[in-house]
Design a protein around this ligand. Sequence first.
Ligand code: TXA
Ligand code: MG
Length: 319
Amino acid sequence: MKTILTTSPDEAARFIKRGGIVAFPTETVYGLGANVFDENAIAKIYAAKMRPVDNPLIAHVGKIEDVNILAKEITETARKFIAAFFPAPLTIVLPKAEAISLIATANLETVGVRMPRNETALEFLKACGAPVVAPSANLSGRPSPTTWQAVYEDLNGRIDCILQSETSAEIGLESTVVDCTGDFPLVLRSGAVTLEQLQKIVPETRIYKLKKDEKPRSPGLKHRHYSPRARVVLLDSRFEIQHSGFESPNSKAFIGLIELRENFDLVKICASVENYAHSVFDFFRQCDRKNIGTIYCQTIEEKGIGLALMDRLKRASEN
Ligand code: TXA
Ligand code: MG
């Protein structure tokens, strides 16, 4: 398959209307989209990404009213979050409407709904004429793509089109996912809309913790994620490596907020936690291109977007 590159949201949307799959920029990471009502196209997403079929997709809308197409019911807490945040790096899990295929939701009776706040994404979604289901536009298990070049690296020849943005994704980490189907909202995945911000709107909001032997509410939580090929090692605030001390791997890299005296082959010093979040997936990919053996990542305080960043770093270091 030839993958067409374009900067035109209308041209990209035409592929969706013809049953194709299209990567598009958002403020979090690039998504790989298909028409929510086209089961064939949805199946192509799973194949192109090599994504496990038990991992549900988020449905994206270009206007708030379209949430009604996707959800059977908009619960009280969801209504509050939508009013407070949409468009936002926030996905709300709701009971799904009858018309939404179980292929999109991986057999769940719920659907994740998000309205991105990126202008190009909104233009594209409106031009598609229907909600668009989209996981992150990476090969399954790889770091999420924050540039069109990263999408190209993973999916060239496997998808119909890439809608290009000149700039890299503003936030760089995937959206916050909050389940609003129960008595109180549960954060299934942390992101740029923070727990603290959600609690200002609904104070009962809490972080979901998987209990032993429980079936995870968010199937994505159990899958391998965010992994560069390099080994990822976390450095605590005193820059002591959690286990064995600095070994001397063939080549090593560092990303964090403070410069170290150690010699690295590749270094990224970030001006803020936000900038660290924005840069980390792209840095992982740069390291892989340079065949870096070990990537050392500075740990940070788990509050605000630091919670989301630490979540991704921990997962990357587990493999
Ligand atoms: O920022 C984002 O959310 C990006 C952009 C493209 O919008 N998308 C993204 O999609 O990260 P993906 O598929 O890589 O991650 C979706 C996460 C998975 O962990 C999945 O399990 C969870 O959301 N999810 C989706 N629908 C769900 C549902 N109905 N119930 C529980 N979790 C759900
Ligand atoms: Mg993903």
